[in-house]
Design a protein around this ligand. Structure first.
Ligand code: F6R
Length: 612
């Protein structure tokens, strides 16, 4: 949500650098964009509703450029998407400008005070504009931008990343954060602030992660980080290992398709990092002893959306292998009930971005109740990673498309490895079975190529059904967890109303919706459940449904019953989700393409959901 880019350098050129940075953050989701520069000692703002291309149309004037500026892509929370509500916002005499990501919860009370005591006129309906005016008032009182920002953070409540600059101190941009991300990039003769690394990766791979409550002052020469008491903090530089190409499309039409095809590499990388030469799972860097593991009497896996779906597969794996009760919860529900968590609980948070507000708050709640927190995270140094006792990184590389694909499959790999590790530590797994699962996991990247070889057929099926208004996904066992993910993929990028349900639940209500031409995806990859799935397919077909099945190679029973059958290679039932999900991702992708949807940036969605 909301992308922020700030730049200070030696020479003019800030406009294009900031615009480029905003484009690299498009994946976060936005509905308007803006940029403020200090041009000849004055703050100049340009902002426009809609795509960044709309903003580009109004910034062509060559005199609108500078060596310093801030930019923003807004995802509306308070006030509709409009030119006026777009960021940056300024104080009344336009000597100060800010961009903000997050929500200021007490903005109404601050706004009323600013109007009452300072006669300030507000232009927008946003909560963010209060920050600009509040800073303006404080700056007038103390004459120092850093002090003004520090004071403002004591007055506002909520979640925020704020980047501010003033024409009265035109050599610096100042950033501060609470619960939403902020990183600083160290360039040559220039420095950056941004919501995420891709914004400046072209210029710098040297990064400082700014922690909650910290304030960072960025000039062209240095980056200085301070705590709330204004003490300077020493922070080690983090060196980014992935390059710009990883964050670009590399010949694919969309990031989503590229990321679907990157899954074998992501899975392989995640496995390689955690498997010893002798084929045993290592949890190097994770401080979980055998004793710790035998102490846990319950595991909560908590996450949102796709990451939650990965958690559901994790439950199957952990319960089957390590014999510990696992509860899987959506984070927004977990945090608002009274979950039974104590020192014997292992809390596993799954998050691609590591910045999802609900997941972060659930994690904090679990920690406050004494749980041990292990997180499965893709973005190194993100908030969820930093606040966990231990981190199990997914090595998917940067995921740019809003719809998660390679993050999901690498999260699944982590779930299997955690299950195996715990099972071994507890002695609940036979050696041969342990080795068999490891071998199956190692074989997945190769088997995915066989799934990819059916891409053309999947595209054809997608073409046939892209005008559908609704679709259903069913499955049994672990397939029912995957059906939820298939359905989410389809609805979020194609806007088709899709619904997933455990196949056995159909006749308890949902079958009432089946009529001639209703389209079903039937996931039938579990050997032991194939006959039961066969009966479910018969039931819906008898009522006129069209059935596209996903089954293991050679599964004649399912292939004969279904109207179409997509095959995954033979493998152990436990690991099928890693293969089954891929045709579903591709189907969603091609349906969305045939419908002319904005695949990488679906409407109303954001990549990193930093508000609750
Ligand atoms: C769907 C999708 C979302 C995310 C969810 C959690 O394709 O990407 O459902 O999975 O918003 O995000 P993270 O994993 O960043 O916590």
């Amino acid at each position: 949500m909301c992308g922020i880019v700030g730049y200070v350098g030696n020479e003019t050129g800030a406009k294009d650098i900031i615009l480029g940075g905003l484009k690299s953050l498009e994946y976060r989701g936005y509905d308007s964009a803006g940029i403020a520069l200090i041009c000849k000692g004055k703050i100049e703002v340009r902002k426009k509703v809609g795509e960044i291309s709309n903003l580009e149309k109004i910034v062509g004037d060559p005199s609108f450029d500078s060596n310093i500026g801030i930019g923003h892509t807004r995802w509306a929370t308070h006030g509709v998407p409009s030119d006026i509500n777009a960021h940056p916002h300024c104080n009344s005499d336009e000597t100060l400008s800010i961009v903000h990501n997050g929500i200021i919860e007490n903005y109404m009370e601050i706004k009323e005070q600013l109007v009452r005591e300072h006669d300030i006129t507000f232009k927008s309906d946003t909560d963010s504009e209060v920050i600009a005016h509040l800073l303006g008032v404080y700056f007038d009182e103390c004459g120092d931008l850093q002090d003004a920002v520090a004071r403002a953070t004591k007055r506002i409540r909520g979640t925020y990343t704020i980047v501010a600059m003033s024409s009265r101190e035109p050599d610096k941009i100042i950033g501060v954060r609470k619960d939403t991300p902020l990183v600083a990039g160290l360039g040559k003769g220039c420095n950056f602030l941004a919501s995420d690394i891709p914004a400046f990766l072209k210029y710098s791979g040297q990064v400082y992660f700014i922690e909650n409550g910290e304030l960072v002052v960025v000039t062209k020469d240095d980056i200085r980080i301070f705590d709330t008491e204004r003490n300077e903090i020493h922070r080690d530089v983090f060196h980014v290992t992935w390059d710009v190409d990883a964050a670009e499309k590399g010949g694919y039409e969309h990031f989503m398709l590229k990321e679907i095809h990157e899954q074998p590499a992501g899975i392989e990388e995640t496995l390689t990092r955690r498997l010893d030469d002798d084929g045993l799972v290592n949890l190097d860097g994770i401080n979980m002893t055998k004793e710790d593991i035998s102490k846990f009497n319950k595991i909560y896996i908590v996450a949102c959306g796709t990451a939650y779906h990965a958690g559901l597969v994790g439950k199957y794996a952990i319960e089957k292998m390590a014999k510990i009760t696992v509860e899987v919860d959506v984070a927004s529900e977990f945090r608002y009930r009274d979950p039974l968590v104590d020192e014997k609980t292992l809390f596993i948070a799954i998050s691609q971005s590591g910045e999802t507000q609900d997941t972060l708050q659930a994690l904090r709640l679990a920690r406050s109740k004494g749980a041990r927190v292990l997180s499965v995270v893709n973005v190194i140094g993100s908030s969820v990673a930093r606040e966990s006792d231990d981190v199990f990184y997914t090595w998917a590389g940067p995921e740019i498309a809003v719809a998660s694909t390679k993050a999901y499959t690498t999260q699944l790999v982590c779930m299997y490895l955690i299950a195996l590790y715990m099972a071994k530590a507890k002695g609940t797994i036979e050696d041969a079975y342990y080795r068999m699962i490891i071998n199956e996991l190692k074989g997945i990247p190769e088997k995915l190529n066989m799934v990819f070889s059916q891409e053309k057929e999947i595209e054809k099926i997608a073409e046939q059904f892209h005008r559908q208004n609704e679709m259903f996904f069913i499955g049994r066992g672990v397939d029912s967890a995957v059906s939820l993910e298939g359905s989410l993929k389809l609805k979020e990028i194609s806007y088709i109303n899709s619904f997933a349900i455990a196949a056995g639940e159909l006749k308890h209500g949902t079958i009432a919706l089946v009529e001639n031409g209703t389209v079903f995806f039937a996931l039938a990859t579990q050997d032991g459940l194939a006959e039961k799935m066969g009966s479910n397919i018969e039931e819906i077909k008898a009522r006129g449904a069209y059935v596209i099945a996903v089954a293991k190679e050679g599964s004649r029973l399912i292939a004969d019953l279904a109207d179409n059958c997509i095959f995954i290679p033979k493998c152990a039932d436990e690991v099928t989700p890693l293969l089954t999900v891929v045709p579903l991702q591709m189907f969603a992708y091609y349906v969305a393409k045939f419908r002319g949807c904005n695949i990488d940036k679906p409407k109303n969605l954001a990549k990193s959901v930093t508000v609750e």
